[in-house]
Ligand binder design. Structure first.
Ligand code: ADP
Ligand code: MG
Length: 323
């Protein structure tokens, strides 16, 4: 039976280097939310590369030396990321050495020299990895190679929190991991049962929306060049690095938002579309993906797969085109 209870529990946390907000409707309690955050922390402990120890750090620290067995979940996420990286469309989970060189979004961020970048480009080949399904081990073949799951970890963890909510009988709610959303079930507080989400203005402060989207249960993931930035006298640098050049990938896109069933797939798809450059190109939706919103640097909003009655432009300095 559909849960129409408006009763809501909501709690904010800090994790995954960002703001986490969990909101659940119906009989959910704050203990349920705390359990969800604990699960998030357990995954972060395994997957982080921003601390000296984690499962992923053990793999990275043994690069060129030996395979390292990891837990089931880390293995499967890393395998998905590595196989996706081997498709060569721009997503590359072996990008670690370059991320650590630039440090964009962290203290010590700087523009490296061409020589430094060229050296790191030798260490990001996603075929130089051995995956062993028998013992869940990962071997990075060259010393200095480093896995970085920063582009997909939030999506994977959101999916796992959704599983936990399903098991707990929490049927409606919002998992917000730093702006990456997972909308579970229907919205009990709207007559049409659809959720309302805002698309962030890439040029304004956090929380300023340029478009409102009505949607059913889904994950909505945004990758933007406004999130983590390095500004220097030579220019502005964002955190999505082109594995071919070692520099931030520059095009006319300010952000890409993808609507999907599974959040981890939306994470991969935002990256794929960011590297495809052209927001007006015909969009061939992958299974699981049902909508895309591009925002360009010259203030155009281009949508694919979404209905006009579900879209409301909130800022008319932007031009909306629906495909
Ligand atoms: P966020 O949600 O934090 O804004 P994204 O999902 O857009 O992040 O992913 C950006 C992160 O992914 C970077 O901080 C880095 O850790 C990693 N990354 C950077 N370039 C690539 C790439 N080409 N392929 C895969 N991961 C990348
Ligand atoms: Mg992402």
């Amino acid at each position: 039976m559909e849960n129409l209870s408006h009763r809501k529990v909501q709690k904010a946390y800090r994790g995954l280097g960002t703001n986490i907000t969990l909101s659940a409707f119906g009989s959910a309690t704050t203990t349920d939310l705390d359990d969800s955050f604990l699960l998030l922390q357990q995954f972060e402990d395994k997957l982080t590369v921003n601390r000296s120890q984690s499962e992923l750090m053990s793999v990275n620290n043994s690069a060129g030396i030996k395979p390292v067995s990891v837990s089931d979940s880390t293995y499967h996420l890393a395998k998905l990321a590595i196989l996706t990286s081997q498709q060569g469309f721009g997503f590359n989970a072996l990008i670690g050495p370059l991320v650590k060189l630039w440090k964009i979004g962290f203290s010590g961020a700087h523009v490296p020299t061409d020589t430094e970048i060229k050296a790191k480009l030798q260490l990001i080949d996603p075929t130089q990895v051995e995956l062993n399904d028998q013992d869940f081990s990962i071997f990075l073949k060259k010393p200095g190679m480093q896995l970085d799951l920063g582009a997909i970890a939030k999506g994977y963890i959101a999916d796992r929190i959704q599983d936990l909510w399903q098991a707990k009988g929490i049927s409606n709610g919002i998992i917000n991991l730093g702006g990456n959303l997972l909308l579970k079930g229907n919205a009990p507080h709207h007559v049409d049962r659809k959720w309302r989400i805002g698309i962030q203005d890439p040029f304004a402060k956090r929380g300023a929306a340029i478009l409102s989207v009505k949607t059913g249960p889904c994950s909505a993931v945004t990758s933007g060049i406004y999130e983590r930035l390095l500004k220097t006298s030579t220019g502005t640098y964002h955190h999505i690095l082109d594995p071919l050049t070692g520099y931030p990938h520059e095009n006319n896109l300010a952000s890409v938002t993808v609507f999907s069933k599974e959040s981890v797939m939306a994470e991969i798809e935002t990256t794929r579309l960011f590297f495809k450059d052209d927001p007006t190109a015909t969009y061939e939706p992958l299974t699981d993906i049902f909508g895309v919103i591009f925002v360009t640097k010259d203030k155009k909003i281009i949508t694919h797969g979404l209905q006009s009655q579900d879209l409301t432009l909130l800022d008319d300095s932007f031009e909306l085109s629906i495909n």
